[in-house]
Ligand binder design. Sequence first.
Ligand SMILES: Cc1cc2nc3c(=O)[nH]c(=O)nc-3n(C[C@H](O)[C@H](O)[C@H](O)COP(=O)(O)O)c2cc1C
Length: 327
Amino acid sequence: MDNRVVLAPMAGVCNSAFRLTVKEFGAGLVYAEMISDKGIVQRNRKTLDMLYIDERENPLSLQIFGGDKETLVEAAQYVDKYTNADIIDINMGCPVNKIIKCEAGAKWLLDPNKIYEMVSAVVDAVDKPVSCKMRIGWDEDHVYAVKNAQAAERAGASAIAMHGRTRLQMYEGHANWDILKEVKENISIPFIGNGDVETPEDAKRLLDHTGADGVMIGRAALGNPWMIYRTVEYLKTGRLMPEPPIREKIEVCLLHFERLLMLKGENIAVREMRKHASWYLKGLRGNGKTRNQINQAETAEELRAILNELVLETEESENDSFSIQIG
Ligand SMILES: Cc1cc2nc3c(=O)[nH]c(=O)nc-3n(C[C@H](O)[C@H](O)[C@H](O)COP(=O)(O)O)c2cc1C
């Protein structure tokens, strides 16, 4: 890794189009969105498409999830053999019911023995390094963060990333950085801290507070790869770079869109881009009208036209206010 800034895995977001865009903003490591072990084992077309990695993205960690040892191992072997991922990550943090019911994701947090057993089985079956991403615990009565991390380490995991919330918290309340610090102090493999990093200064605070080797950024990077670049720069030099001008935001949004088009085709890309575009345009004055237009766009042509029009409108209004100031 060139630096300590890591893009978090985010389902429905972290495909190759987004990851590559974030990578170009300097991320030291990018995680792919979680991928179902069963989907891989059954050679589901959509799942296999999710394994695509552009070589410019490396180093990359590809995350799988599952509840059965057999299919998890088989899926890991497939990723090991047939993808250019650098790391195989195992999800033990996903809080949603559908995943928990399959004995996957955050369900493991209740049982360090299961973590040991599953991680050992995967580590023994593959050549690539294996890492784990977990939450601090199931609920506040079951916070086995240190035990769970140690179990993964004993099983041969090469790194651990931890989100400072319990499963019960979902995304509510605050991430507990004290527990992340405790975990870091009790393991010797690389540790990546995660949760509630909204600004470059937060990233530095998390690293200072926990002693973590890396800082993982999720929601703050949505529609905002500049967050990665600004964090890398801030950690390196202490300089806080300005937020980008709107023209640049839209240009990167369009670049992201073109990549999504290549990856998924027009129909899906136009629909998926709706949420990304609204993240890119967040905070822009009067963006409601544009958002509505984007939500109704059906073709790539329409979507490009709406975004290009927005650049023109923004520049006109900037020129107007400039001429008022100098006038
Ligand atoms: C839309 C979304 C999708 C997510 N998908 C995954 C996932 O696939 N695998 C995973 O381990 N965590 C997933 N997470 C959790 C994030 O990786 C991260 O742990 C969490 O958002 C906290 O970090 P943040 O405060 O920087 O957002 C997801 C989070 C969001 C918001």
